[in-house]
Design a binder for this molecule. Structure first.
Ligand code: SF4
Ligand code: SF4
Length: 251
């Protein structure tokens, strides 16, 4: 996929799943390969300041208004079904079903040339979000001053690299961190699979490569997104389903 293809694809409000992921992988490459290599793999790092392992508790919290790096560098910002985002601000990701297209995921749109979130804006040097009040939960979950925030700033040259001794100590702490869930309980990804009755099974691929159907829903009555289940344990997924059903009942 060429860089110019992005502009074409990103103009579409709906993107087939088999076109979306190659585009996103290419965006990751373009965004990340122009930066310094991280001294700690960023996927190991938390986005919650309260769960920091690498950053000292008294480290100053960076100012987002002069930064915006997480909004530039994290291309997959999921939009949950109940979130109040205008249709022109997201892409629906689809697969072909027996009776037409099925929406399986929804993500904030990116700029086809810079790859940054389309809502990121620079107002005379102030980096702002155009939909700050209604931004998705995924954006709210990313804390300024978290280990991942500092890592993005280090690889972009806004903060100095950690000294070697601190890097080694951080890697040791990360390795000693308690692991979440047993592999047979952790969801790697989910796929919606259409049944003969026209309903959708939510089928989870688990970390140990086994598969488990965690829920079946009628897309005429309920809306789910595949990304909502990423990296949950089976117990957390069951709780998510239960909470959503309660929320719908109380409407
Ligand atoms: S959360 Fe961190 S990376 Fe994101 S804009 Fe704020 S300071 Fe920058
Ligand atoms: S919606 Fe706002 S906070 Fe979220 S990624 Fe885009 S610019 Fe950043």
């Amino acid at each position: 996929m060429e860089k110019t293809d992005f502009v074409q694809i990103t103009r579409q409000p709906t993107i087939p799943e088999n076109e979306f992921y190659p585009m996103i992988y290419k965006m990751y490459e373009e965004i990340w390969f122009t930066r310094l290599p991280p001294e700690i793999p960023t996927k190991l790092l938390t986005v919650k300041r309260a769960k920091n392992v690498v950053t000292p508790p008294d480290a100053p919290i960076p100012d987002c208004i002069t930064c915006g790096l997480c909004c530039e560098m994290m291309p997959c910002v999921g939009v949950r079904p109940h979130e109040d985002i205008a249709p022109e601000d997201y892409w629906d990701i689809t697969v072909e079903g027996k009776n037409g297209e099925i929406v399986v995921d929804r993500y904030l749109r990116r700029n086809g040339e810079t790859f940054a979130c389309q809502q990121l804006t620079n107002d005379n040097g102030k980096i702002l979000c155009k939909i700050y009040e209604t931004r998705p939960q995924m954006c709210r979950d990313f804390d300024a001053g978290s280990d991942k925030c500092h890592a993005l700033r280090r690889i972009s040259g806004l903060e100095p690299y950690l000294p070697r001794k601190e890097t080694v100590a951080a890697l040791e702490k990360l390795e000693a961190r308690p692991q979440r869930g047993e592999s047979s309980e952790m969801i790697d990804s989910v796929k919606f699979v259409e049944t003969d009755a026209g309903t959708l099974d939510i089928v989870a691929s688990l970390k140990d490569e086994s598969k488990k159907t965690i829920y079946n829903f009628d897309p005429k009555l309920e809306t789910w997104r595949q990304f909502e289940f990423d990296a949950l344990t089976l117990e957390e997924a069951a709780q998510l389903v239960e909470n959503r059903r309660q929320m719908q009942k109380n409407k």
